[in-house]
Design a protein around this ligand. Structure first.
Ligand SMILES: [Zn+2]
Length: 53
């Protein structure tokens, strides 16, 4: 579904990019998280930030 509203797209992109992904269970965690909320693993990585315009 294409998003035509640029503001909505900005929010969508932010919410997609500003997360940490657990390397173990691939759960999404907030950027401020130090541990995975699901499996308590500390192996979190940032979601890749790719420019897709
Ligand atoms: Zn996890």
């Amino acid at each position: 579904m294409p998003i035509s509203d640029p503001i909505k797209k900005q929010i969508a992109v932010k919410s997609l990019l500003f997360v940490k992904i657990c390397r173990k269970c691939y759960a999404r965690n907030p950027v401020s998280a130090k541990k995975c909320r699901r499996c308590k693993s500390k192996q979190l990585r940032y979601k890749k930030r790719e420019k897709s315009k």
